[in-house]
Write a protein that binds this ligand. Structure first.
Ligand code: NAP
Length: 320
C-alpha cells in the first residue's frame, strides 16, 4: 500500500508527479491561499507524511492529531513554524531545505542592503509621482556601500554567501555567532566581534540567524541605541528577531538611518503597520528565496526528504 501524504499548498506539477509515483497524494489546491486550520486538522489525521510551508503552524495540538504521522517536510530552511520538541517526542521526523536557497537569499539580502542604502524605492516613487523637477546636489542622497563596514549576525550558510558578495565591494566584515568560525575568518578575511562591537562599528547590519527562543527580540531598543546614526539594518532572517516597535521608534527618531525588511513578526504584514509609513524603510513580502530555479529546487528537495523518510531511508536534511 502506498503511504498517504497531505500537501498544504498547490505545488508545481513536476513535484506532485514525483510524489504521486510513491504516495497517495492529497493537496490543498490553491496557490495564493493557505489551507484553513480546520482542514489541516482533519487531513493530518489520515496521513503518514505532511508536506508543509512556513505559513502553517505545526504545533503540538496539530501533531497530536497525526496519529500515524511519520514525517513532516518543511519547504524552507527555517523551521520555527514547527514544534520540534513535540515532533521529536512523538517520533516524527522533521526535515527542511537548507543549501539550495543559500545563494538566492544572499543575493536578495545584498539587493535589499543596496536598495535601502541608495533609497531606490523612494527614488522611483519620487520619479513616478512627478516630483523630479531638476538635478540637485543633495537630492535623494544615500549611504556608500563600497568600503563600508558590514556586520553579520548569524554567519551560517547565507551569512557566508553574503560575506563573499560584500568582499567584492571591499567592505570590512564583522560577524557574530555563538561560536567562532575560524576557517571562514581566514578564507573570507572577516573578523569575529562581540555583539556590542558589531553594533557600534558597523555601517550595515544584516540579521541572518534562525528565530529561536534565544534570538527573539535579539535587536531591541538597547541594541539599536548602540548603532551608528547612519547605520542600515537589514533583516532577511525571520520576523521576531528584531523588535518591530523599537525599530519603528529608532527609524522615526532618526537614531538609525534606514532598514530593509523582508520578514515580519506577523505575515502577511498589515498595510497599516507603522514601519510601512516610514520613507526610510524598504519592505518586502518575504521573498528571500524567491527565484524560479530556487523555489523549484526547494520544492523538489522537500519532496525527496519526505519520500526518503516515508521509505525508511534517512532523509538528507533532518532537523530533529
Ligand atoms: P545556518 O547555516 O544554520 O546559519 C545560522 C547561523 O546563525 C549559524 O552560523 C549560527 O551559528 C548562528 N546563530 C544561531 N543562533 C544564534 C544565536 N543565538 N546567536 C548568534 N548566532 C546564532 O542557516 P542559514 O541557511 O544561513 O539560514 C539562516 C536563517 O535565514 C534561517 O534560519 C531562516 O530563518 C532565514 N532564511 C530566510 C529566508 C527568506 O526568505 N527571507 C530564506 C532563507 C533563510 P552558531 O550556532 O555558532 O551560533
Amino acid at each position: 500500500m502506498k503511504p498517504k501524504i497531505y500537501i498544504t499548498r498547490k505545488l508545481p506539477d513536476i513535484v506532485v508527479t514525483r510524489l504521486t509515483e510513491v504516495c497517495e497524494v492529497n493537496m490543498w489546491d490553491k496557490e495564493e491561499e493557505p489551507v484553513p486550520r480546520e482542514i489541516l486538522e482533519k487531513e493530518i489525521q489520515d496521513v503518514d507524511g505532511l508536506y508543509c510551508l512556513l505559513t502553517e503552524s505545526i504545533d503540538k495540538p496539530l501533531l497530536n492529531l497525526g496519529t500515524r504521522l511519520k514525517v513532516v517536510s518543511n519547504m524552507a530552511v527555517g523551521y520555527n513554524n514547527i514544534d520540534i520538541a513535540a515532533a521529536t517526542e512523538k517520533g516524527i521526523l522533521v526535515t527542511n531545505t537548507p543549501g539550495v536557497l543559500t545563494e538566492t537569499t544572499a543575493d536578495l539580502t545584498f539587493a535589499l542592503l543596496m536598495a535601502t542604502a541608495r533609497r531606490l524605492v523612494e527614488a522611483t516613487d519620487y520619479l513616478r509621482a512627478g516630483d523630479w523637477k531638476t538635478w540637485s546636489p543633495m537630492q535623494l542622497t544615500g549611504q556608500d556601500i563600497y568600503g563600508a563596514t558590514l556586520g553579520i549576525f548569524g554567519l551560517g550558510r547565507i551569512g557566508e554567501a553574503l560575506a563573499k558578495r560584500a568582499r567584492g565591494f571591499d567592505m570590512k566584515i564583522l560577524y557574530h555567532n555563538r561560536s567562532r568560525k575560524l576557517e571562514a575568518e581566514e578564507q573570507l578575511d572577516i573578523q569575529y566581534a562581540d555583539k556590542e562591537r558589531l553594533l557600534r562599528e558597523s555601517d550595515f547590519i544584516c540579521v541572518l540567524m534562525p528565530f529561536t527562543h534565544e534570538t527573539k527580540n535579539y535587536i531591541g531598543t538597547a541594541e539599536l541605541s548602540l548603532m551608528k546614526q547612519t547605520a542600515v539594518l537589514v533583516n532577511t532572517a525571520r520576523g521576531g528577531i528584531v523588535d518591530e516597535e523599537a525599530l519603528y521608534h529608532a527609524l522615526k527618531n532618526r537614531e538609525i538611518w534606514g532598514a530593509g525588511i523582508d520578514v515580519f513578526e506577523e505575515e502577511p504584514v498589515s498595510t497599516e503597520h507603522p514601519l510601512l509609513s516610514l520613507p526610510n524603510v524598504v519592505a518586502l513580502p518575504h521573498i528571500g528565496s524567491a527565484s524560479k530555479n530556487t523555489r523549484l529546487k526547494m520544492s523538489l528537495l522537500a519532496a525527496e526528504n519526505l519520500l526518503q523518510g516515508l521509505q525508511g531511508e534517512t532523509p538528507k536534511n533532518i532537523v530533529n
